[in-house]
Design a protein around this ligand. Structure first.
Ligand SMILES: C[S@@+](CC[C@H](N)C(=O)[O-])C[C@H]1O[C@@H](n2cnc3c(N)ncnc32)[C@H](O)[C@@H]1O
Length: 180
C-alpha cells in the first residue's frame, strides 16, 4: 500500500472533505506558489475541500477562486467560508455548457496575473480540451486522475501546452501544463 501522504482519498485540511492525496494538495499549492497564480478556477468542487483552502487564501492575499459544479455536495461550513471572502465564489452549472464557458472566459479577463484552471469533473480530457484555448501564455491548466481515468496519450496533442515536470508532482495523479 502507498504511504499515506500519497494515498488518494478524503483529506480534510479545514474540516471539509477533499478528494485528493495530501501530496496532491501540496502539489496544487506548489503550482500556485511557483507560478504566482492569482486566479484559481476549479471545475468540479464537490464537497468544497479545495475551495475551503482557496477561500482562506483569498481572504489573506490578492487571490480569486471560482468553483463550478453541477451537483455539489457542500455543507454550510464551506458556504460560510466562501461568504467571508469577496474574491471566492461558487457557480452552479455544467462545465461544458456555453453559459459556464462564457462565465469562465469573463473571469479570466479580469486580471493580467497568471491564472490556473484545475479540471476535476467526470471527463478531464474533455475539460482540458475545452478550457485550454481560453488561457493566455503563462497560465496553467491541470487535471486530476492521470493514469486512472485517462492516459497522457489521450491529451498530449492539445495545442500550445507545455507539460510541467516537477518533483512535487511525482507520486500524484496530477498532470499539469503551462500555456505557451
Ligand atoms: C471528483 S469530484 C471533485 C472533487 C473536488 N475537486 C475535490 O478536490 O475534492 C467531481 C465533481 O464534478 C462534478 N461534475 C461532474 N460532471 C460535471 C459537469 N459536466 N459540470 C460540472 N460539474 C461536474 C460532480 O458533481 C462532482 O461534484
Amino acid at each position: 500500500m502507498k504511504p499515506f501522504l500519497f494515498r488518494n482519498g478524503a483529506v480534510h485540511p479545514f474540516g471539509i472533505p477533499l478528494s485528493h492525496s495530501w501530496a496532491a494538495v501540496g502539489a496544487i499549492l506548489m503550482a500556485i506558489q511557483e507560478y504566482k497564480i492569482r486566479t484559481f478556477i476549479e471545475l468540479g468542487f464537490e464537497h468544497g475541500g479545495l475551495a475551503s483552502i482557496m477561500a482562506v487564501r483569498s481572504r489573506l492575499l490578492l487571490f480569486a477562486y471560482v468553483g463550478v459544479d453541477t451537483n455539489p455536495r457542500t455543507d454550510s461550513d464551506v458556504h460560510e467560508l466562501m461568504a467571508d471572502s469577496s474574491l471566492a465564489h461558487f457557480v452552479f452549472g455544467d462545465v461544458f455548457s456555453v453559459d459556464i464557458i462564457d462565465y469562465v472566459k469573463r473571469q479570466l479577463v479580469f486580471s493580467n496575473y497568471p491564472k490556473m484552471i484545475y479540471c476535476d469533473n467526470g471527463d478531464k480530457p474533455k475539460e482540458l480540451r475545452t478550457y485550454a484555448p481560453l488561457l493566455s501564455p503563462g497560465d496553467l491548466i491541470g487535471a486530476h486522475d492521470l493514469d486512472h481515468e485517462y492516459t497522457y496519450d489521450d491529451i498530449k496533442d492539445i495545442p500550445d501546452l507545455e507539460r510541467i515536470e516537477a518533483e512535487w508532482l511525482e507520486d500524484t495523479r496530477i498532470v499539469l501544463f503551462r500555456k505557451v
